[in-house]
Structures are given as C-alpha cells and as structure tokens.
Write a protein that binds this ligand. Structure first.
Ligand SMILES: [Zn+2]
Length: 123
C-alpha cells in the first residue's frame, strides 16, 4: 500500500480543534479513503493533562478505514511521549501530533514506531 496523504481541509480542522480545546487536549481517530485521510472521528470528552494516560483505558472503534490518530500537545512539544508510543501501534499506522500555537507548521506525523513521517498534504 502506498504512503498515505492528508486533505488540507482536514489538517486545518485539526489545527482549529487544537486551538479551540487549548489548554486541554483533543484526541481523534483518522479515517482514510483510497489512501487519503479526509475524515476524523472525535473521541468524546474534554481531556485535561496527558491524553495518552487515557488511551490505555479506551476501547477504540477500529475498522478498516482507520488510518491512525491525531491529538494535541498544548505544551507545544511536537514529539510522541512514552505513553503515545505505547498507544500508537494499537490504532493504525499514522499519528499526527498538533502543538501549540496550532499554526500551519505546528504539526508532525509519526509512524507507529515513533519515526517521523512526512505526510503529503493535498488540496
Ligand atoms: Zn501525546
């Protein structure tokens, strides 16, 4: 399967979500269709502190369209925490972290093992 891409509009939605939830985190499941991520499923509930602490207790609705996850780091540190790295392999291959200040450059994508992945953004 070729590497996945993300729709620009969805990326902008993720950045907006990060901004609107700040200083709390948000967590979303990313859905792909034909190799393009264009949908998200917001994991409900306001989360304060470290999202990842919650991941272990959360039963995620997995289906074949699940590409991975997206969540925010209000601290602005755009790298996976230890808890993130335990969580990532459970929920798909691609994981986006959005950081304060939630601008166009405030995000990175990681593979399940924590390697940086440069995901292509398409219109
Ligand atoms: Zn995290």
């Amino acid at each position: 399967m070729p590497d996945i891409k993300i729709r620009k509009e969805l990326l902008e939605t993720l950045l907006e979500l990060g901004k609107s939830q700040h200083p709390d985190e948000f967590l979303a499941i990313l859905k792909e269709d034909k190799g393009v991520i264009e949908e998200l499923e917001l994991v409900p509930g306001t989360i304060s502190g470290e999202t990842s602490a919650r991941f272990d207790h959360f039963m995620l609705p997995l289906d074949t369209k699940t590409a991975g996850s997206a969540h925010s780091h209000p601290s602005g540190a755009i790298r996976p925490s230890d808890a993130d790295l335990r969580f990532f392999p459970k929920i798909g291959k691609y994981h986006i972290i959005i950081g304060n200040p939630y601008t166009t450059d405030s995000w990175r994508c990681f593979r399940a093992n924590g390697d940086l992945f440069s995901m292509e953004v398409i219109e």
